[in-house]
Design a protein around this ligand. Sequence first.
Ligand code: PMP
Length: 456
Amino acid sequence: KAPSTTDKMAVSRQLHEEASSVIPGGVTANIKYFAPHPIVMEEGHGSKLIDVDGNEYIDYLMCYGALMSGHGHPSVYAAVTDQMYSKGTTIFGTPHRLETDMAKKLVSLYPGIDQVRFCNSGMEATLLATRLAAAYTGKKKLAKFEGHYHGGYDQVLMSVNPEEGKSGQSSEPAVVPESSGISDYYVNNTIMLPFNDYQATEKILRRHAHEISAIIMEPVQSGFIPGKQDFMEKLRALTLELGILLIFDEVKTGFRLALGGAQEMYGIKPDLTTLGKVLGGGFPIGALGGKREIMELCSPSSSRDILTAGDDNPGARQAFFHSGTYNGHPTTLAAGLATIQLLEEDNNLRKIFDRTEHLKGELEKMYYSAGIPMQAMGEGSIFNIVITDKAVNNLRDMNGTNTSLRKAVDYELLDLGIYSKPLNRYSMSTEHSEGDVEKTLQAHHEAIRRVKSKIN
Ligand code: PMP
């Protein structure tokens, strides 16, 4: 049960009520809500957030992982203001230099990327990827894994966390739309796969290979449940054999597991890769990259050939469409390039990883001494606190963990000045200091003590 709100958050409560009269639920994204009311933030500085009541928090949400250099990093701020004020405008609606700079950077970092297109969110990137896969292969069904999230549009909003009783057998998960209003067309053209179960996945894929354009997947589910190495390798080999494209959705994992994302960590080259979050340095972005032969379909010169082919050439491929007013936004690209540069210099990425490892290790020891079996699951700069003594390899395992205890601790942590939305992952940044980690450990110690005293 969610705790009642305290006086400490009176202004938050009042602002949430005010918002709720003009914004459904008082939130602009459903994920921002938690009971009894979300905390309304006013300022972000480095690793800290300050709410409208003046309470300070060490922020581990980091905008769902998007902020890898914390809030308002001076280097990012300098790059953005230079771009906005010195270069004369915020967006040109024409090609510009930073697009090529960022594309070259991504080609150099991501083994699976020869060419790139930019867009404005992770969801747009996956939408572009799945359509491109259908155009390239001429097949219309899309395969995805149960529990994997790729954005909020109809085609992929299936079985992300289906209601118990509706989800089907573990070896053959059901296709369950996660919103009302989704057309049956998408339900009927989705193939659902069980993550980290190769045998069952292979069986389903062989049965449907002739109609599946691509598999879209989070190589590390929700950023903390890794695909097993041999599962990933076998899946890559099988998709090549069956003529199914493999799309790595690295919106969460990009830069956070390695600069070259999960594909660098696994040593596996997907056909297409989607990126977002960290790439924009705190501004809205998405990107699709992939093999030259596939990406070239987006090119207007190949589209023009097709458009002029006319009726004389019925075998010609139809043009592929990709556009967007704000694609390749200069401010965003300036912020993203500054962020990547920061991660590349001074061994900064390694420093974040080491600090994350230290926090994870100390938390595991602390929970263990309190008699709570906890695994701090994840690689690189993201982890999650998972309360169970069993192995967690997919959504069903995750649903069997002790989320009520986890949630109770999370609510105490909010009171103690540690901000992560209840049940959310922890994302670290260049700005999380040793002092932050120490305070976080003390807060967990106190939160566990409070929860235990309430239970006993
Ligand atoms: N794919 C993955 C793996 C994500 O984590 C997210 C966002 N959480 C998205 C796609 C959608 O990105 P956006 O919210 O930028 O549309």
